[in-house]
Design a protein around this ligand. Structure first.
Ligand code: HEM
Length: 90
């Protein structure tokens, strides 16, 4: 039910590092976000934010600022849901 979210596998996520002309994506709490538009606004700076690019950034994010409400801040940057490789095929 609801919106049809893009299902993103870890291998798809790994290609989205922000290099080679592609946007930087990260996964937070099972959701995948395009963080490229947010890069210039991140109070911690672009290099810090890019440490989470192309991978699951949940742990890193939680270690630094668990109080930050990323769901609201990045709602317009939502790409889809992180799924495992097998789930994407079904
Ligand atoms: C600061 C947002 C990811 C490192 C902040 C602040 C916000 C924010 C709002 C200010 C917090 C405050 O002053 O209370 C976000 C969002 C992220 C993200 C929406 C979504 C991906 C990351 C990641 C890292 C990181 C992955 C590190 C690998 C930092 C650091 C600061 C900071 C070090 C502190 C900057 C300072 O006070 O000098 N971030 N962040 N952030 N962020 Fe992030």
């Amino acid at each position: 039910a609801g919106a049809a979210y893009l299902r993103v596998t870890p291998s798809m996520l790994r290609r989205q590092t922000g290099r080679r002309g592609k946007d930087a994506w990260t996964a937070l709490g099972g959701r995948v976000y395009n963080i490229s538009p947010y890069l210039p606004f991140h109070p911690g700076g672009e290099p810090e934010l890019l440490r989470a690019a192309g991978r699951d950034g949940t742990k890193l994010f939680g270690e630094i600022h668990p109080w930050v409400n990323y769901e609201t801040m990045l709602s317009s940057c939502l790409i889809g849901l992180l799924v495992d490789e097998a789930e994407a095929q079904s």
